[in-house]
Ligand binder design. Structure first.
Ligand code: FAD
Length: 475
């Protein structure tokens, strides 16, 4: 079959949330032509493979693409997120990205979309359904919107072995359970593990019939503190002020986490266990109360083998019921990739430039591409804030995030862009405070007043971490 030749200003690999947010901003702010390629049949990336009961874990108000609202402006009136801004379901997120593609991108006449196609390198891609190969003449840049490498339960391969005769399912199949097993074993302590446990508890499963394999405990954010609407100002900005104060005053890294916990910035499942993980997941107090009903939490490292009646782990083994149902929640949504410069000659690699905010980051990178002159200037505004993994990453990613915030705050036109961008969430909330609102102004004063000391102390705490890591590597 002859290779078909195409031409566009940008060739974007991946129509997941990041690719979509990037293209949306580029369409709004330039007259560029764009080709989007994705192996999935629909936009939305991993949301195509999501489990049926998944929701966002941040309010819908600041997820999606910049030009189109995802939230319906409601708060949840039922369920474990009650009283907080709504969390779109996976189906809603998928439908939203479909709508953005079909009624905005494609109707603009400037976007060509190639679903079911695999990018193979050198500006070429091949259709998975027809084997037709396309070669693109790219006038401006190739954009890699696949770099975060999100992994989800239904498409991931577990990194442990298992006997053939056990009942083992991906989280996606949980709603298909037709006969209750004696015991449910949830494998994985991250956000999907949390979702599996909450789903079982909401479906009246007795908490004593749930065993939860938790290789690492996590620090979690109280979702009440991530609400980008004025009625939650004192929660959201209050938590930021508490965080800044803790950073300014902490005498050591462990003192920092004590302060973050005692002021409600971070929470954990069990206050007796020192968390080793931080992935930026959020949780409501109601969800936390539910999860604490599960008493059989297995903390013996990662699973190495599953068999009928037994789990083998890195640090021991556990007996389980013969007919136990194992639920795989061991995919780590967070890929393990080293940071690259975002702008590099003819390529843009989309990465997070604000703490755990992939869609905001992709939109801002598109704005920087459109509005600034050269790659040196563009990269200075787009320093990567890596996705956190271990608990102490909380500190290093916050340092990187604060550095970017400072750089952005020196640029008046960028400040204006942030104010009007729906994916930003918080700039508008702060900028809209009336000078006469004494309580809010006092809170902002406390937040800003601690910034210089926090920056200085953060560097000291990070240096102490590095010294400790060096010492450990010599043992
Ligand atoms: C359960 C869950 C809940 C989440 N909730 C939130 C939340 O509330 N807020 C938040 O900010 N983030 C959340 N996230 C993080 C989430 O990963 C990001 O928000 C975002 O969806 C990631 O998008 P992406 O475009 O980087 O990746 P993906 O969704 O993985 O998209 C990448 C796309 O690239 C395509 N691709 C890869 N290689 C190729 C190739 N060679 N050729 C063609 N196409 C290719 C893939 O098919 C895929 O469609 C959540 C993640 C999970 C798993």
């Amino acid at each position: 079959m002859e290779v078909q030749i195409l031409e566009a200003d940008y060739l974007v690999i991946g129509s997941g949330a990041m690719g979509m947010a990037f293209v949306d901003t580029l369409l709004t702010e330039t007259d560029a032509t764009i080709i989007m390629v994705d192996m999935h049949g629909k936009p939305g990336g991993h949301w195509n493979n999501a489990y049926p009961f998944v929701t966002l874990h941040q309010p819908s108000n600041f997820y999606g693409v910049g030009s189109k609202e995802l939230s319906k402006g409601r708060k949840d009136e039922i369920g474990l997120n009650i009283g907080l801004n709504e969390l779109a379901s996976g189906a809603e997120v998928s439908a939203y990205f479909d709508e953005v593609m079909n009624h905005h991108f494609l109707t603009s006449g400037r976007v060509q979309y190639f679903p079911m196609c695999k990018y193979t390198g050198n500006n070429q891609f091949t259709s998975l359904t027809s084997e037709q190969t396309f070669s693109v003449k790219v006038n401006k840049r190739l954009v890699d919107a696949t770099y975060l490498n999100t992994s989800v339960p239904s498409t991931h391969k577990p990194n442990f072995t298992m006997a053939d005769d056990i009942d083992f399912i991906a989280l996606n199949d949980l709603p298909r359970v037709a006969k209750a097993p004696e015991q449910y074993v949830v494998v994985g302590g991250g956000k999907t593990g949390i979702d599996a446990c909450l789903w079982l508890l909401e479906k009246q499963v007795n908490p004593d019939n749930i065993s939860w394999v938790m290789p690492r405990d996590a620090w979690l954010m109280d979702r009440r503190n991530t609400q980008p609407t004025q009625e939650f100002f004192f929660d959201t900005i209050g938590a930021q002020a508490n965080q800044m104060e803790a950073l300014a005053q902490a005498s050591s890294v462990s003192d920092l986490f004590n302060k973050l916990e005692s002021t409600g910035v971070l929470v954990r499942l069990d206050t007796q266990i020192e968390p080793e993980m931080y992935h930026g997941a959020t949780i409501s107090q109601q969800e936390l109360t539910q999860l604490r009903r599960i008493k059989h939490v297995i903390r013996q490292g990662r699973v190495t083998h599953l068999a009928k009646g037994e789990i083998t782990l890195e640090q021991g083994s556990q007996e389980v019921a013969e007919n136990a149902l194992f639920i795989d929640c061991s995919a780590s949504a967070i890929g393990d990739r080293k940071s690259l410069p975002v702008f590099n000659d003819d390529k843009i690699t989309l990465q997070t430039i604000r703490i755990i905010q992939p869609v905001f980051s992709a939109a801002l990178i598109a704005h920087i591409e459109a509005a600034y002159e050269n790659d040196h200037q563009k990269n200075a505004l787009s320093q990567v804030v890596p996705l956190p993994n271990k608990s102490t990453d909380w500190l290093t990613v916050n340092a990187a995030f604060m550095k970017n915030q400072y750089i952005w705050s020196q640029d008046k036109s960028l400040q204006k862009w942030l104010y009007f961008n729906r994916l930003d969430g918080f700039s508008k909330m702060v900028a809209d405070v009336s000078p006469n609102d004494e309580d809010k102004q006092a809170l902002l004063k406390r937040l800003r007043g601690n910034v210089p000391k926090a920056m200085e102390n953060m560097m000291r705490l990070i240096a102490s971490l590095e010294t400790k890591e060096k010492e450990l590597s010599h043992v």
